[in-house]
Design a protein around this ligand. Sequence first.
Ligand code: FES
Length: 80
Amino acid sequence: MALAPETVPDAGPGDESFPRRAAEVRRVTCNRGGPVLVDGPIEVCVGDGPPERIDRFRVAICACGQSGRYPLCDGTHRRL
Ligand code: FES
């Protein structure tokens, strides 16, 4: 089934915000060897833990797993 042009898939049909409107789509920027940058605000979960809301304009999510502030990047990846 094709989606209407103004919609894109989100978390899934169980999510009441599904499908998210295109104007609400967030950009995720992947940098090899560095953090994943996500346009905020976002909620981030670690495993099955509770969501933590982060109200920053852009959030750097650790992709190396070595951050002392995981799941947020603290720059440790630069020393690896
Ligand atoms: S990506 Fe920056 S500390 Fe892991």
